[in-house]
Design a protein around this ligand. Structure first.
Ligand code: AMP
Ligand code: MG
Length: 402
């Protein structure tokens, strides 16, 4: 089978993935989603002029000859509305966020005030200018401001802005439900005894977490045995209830081809050998309208395959336009030798920003595609194009895994 360039495989996958339909998502469920339409403010924030300080609302002109003494009108708390007017020679004790009373045009912070010499007076120790410590209506958001555009990521701050305008929901692309299936007769779930030749199912928790980290809702579809009926049920039910499926195992050339047979029957699958290492075997197709990512079983391959092929596609379902992890040009801190084999190698590495202002990378020990524990230390993939590799000190292209 001819090797497929990674970019071709990525384009093939993305072509079958479109942003999910927008809906009105409750703010509590909207973190990380992508806005689908623009929102224009119909109200001002803050809605009224208010005090930026605990202090006294005064007429600034009255403080010109400070120290001065003013008549104390009482106290106005945040959340209250005052019918009082601050006249010449008067001051109203006011709390942060309370509306500016009629007549006052500045706030004297409490630190610049003392008890006055006569009962019912306060002493202002320094003059204040007009508008001091007054927050104007609309100074955060003015009516007509665009607070959300299609493509805006709903960060905590954006959700706060929407709430400040009274929104209970945000217009956003729906969060994809992504089912994760492990396939293989050798796999054992946590808690079950490990029989001869059996191994723990490490991919499923890892892939469920990668799905969650991507901002999708993970759906655990369990371990599926190399059994026709079990495979048909898992894949067809998964495709019906999820927006995407991620399977691991059973995509290699030498694999017992039951899962291939079943997937081919259920959907329109393309089985690929991608020109990369690790994560060469990969399958992708659409089953009943649902994209299915067939990742290789080796844990490191599974993770790298998810990063390079599934994550960008899931981000597209979410409505993101930035699909890929950032690439940087870094300094190799060690020789990264390899032999020509027609593939791009992704070397698991630790990256650091050094005093020279550049990213540096050093490979982790243990580059086998089964050596997941070694990968844990890595936060970057060094991209080594086909060839002989690079020497320490050379520049290399690096994918930062964040
Ligand atoms: P496969 O892609 O099915 O040929 O599997 C390749 C290798 O990955 C084999 O050593 C499998 O035992 C291993 N493997 C497959 N699925 C998993 C899994 N869910 N967790 C850990 N290892 C797995
Ligand atoms: Mg297998």
């Amino acid at each position: 089978m001819a090797l497929v360039p990674l970019e071709e495989a990525q384009a093939h996958v993305l072509a079958a993935c479109a942003p999910l339909h927008p809906s009105a998502v409750r703010l509590a469920d909207a973190l990380g989603l992508v806005a689908s339409v623009a929102i224009t403010a119909e109200a001002a924030v803050p809605p009224f002029d208010n005090s930026a300080m605990d202090g006294y609302a005064v007429r600034a002109a009255d403080t010109e000859g400070a120290p001065v003494e003013l008549a104390d009108l009482g106290t106005l708390a945040a959340g209250a509305a005052s019918a009082l007017t601050v006249g010449t020679g008067q001051a109203l004790r006011i709390m942060t966020g309370a509306p500016m009373p009629e007549g006052a045009d500045a706030i004297v912070m409490v630190e610049l005030t003392e008890v006055g010499s006569a009962p019912g007076t306060i002493r202002i120790t320094e003059p204040v200018a007009h508008a001091t410590s007054v927050r104007r209506a609309g100074s955060d958001i003015a009516v007509g401001d665009v607070v959300l555009s299609p493509g805006t990521v709903l960060t905590p701050g954006v959700l706060g802005v929407l709430a400040s305008l009274g929104a209970a929901r945000a217009p956003a692309h729906r969060r994809p439900r992504v089912g994760v299936v492990s396939t293989g007769d050798e796999l054992v779930a946590p808690g079950d005894p490990l029989g001869p030749g059996q191994i723990r199912d490490s991919n499923r928790p890892m892939l469920l977490a990668l799905v969650a980290q991507t901002g999708c809702t993970p759906v655990d579809l369990g371990i599926v045995r190399d059994d026709r009926e079990a495979l048909v049920t898992a894949i067809s039910e998964g495709a019906a209830s999820c927006d995407a499926l991620v399977t691991s195992g059973g995509v290699s050339v030498g694999d017992f081809d039951l899962s291939k047979e079943v997937l081919d029957e259920l959907g329109d699958m393309r089985w690929m050998q991608i020109a990369i290492r690790p994560a060469k075997p990969f399958a992708f197709g659409v089953v009943a309208g649902t994209p299915v990512f067939g990742l290789p079983g080796n844990p490191v391959s599974s993770l790298v395959s998810f990063e390079l092929l599934a994550r960008p596609a899931l981000r597209r379902l979410l409505g993101h336009t930035e699909l890929y992890r950032p690439h940087v040009l870094a300094v190799a801190d060690a020789d990264l030798r390899r032999s020509p084999d027609g593939k791009t190698h992704f070397v698991r590495a630790v990256s650091s920003l050094e005093a020279d202002g550049r990213h540096h990378v050093a490979p982790v020990t243990g580059q086998g595609s089964h050596q997941l524990a070694a990968m844990v230390a890595a936060d970057a993939l060094v991209v080594l194009p086909d060839g002989e590799g690079v020497a320490a000190g050379d520049d290399v292209s690096v994918l930062l895994l964040g």
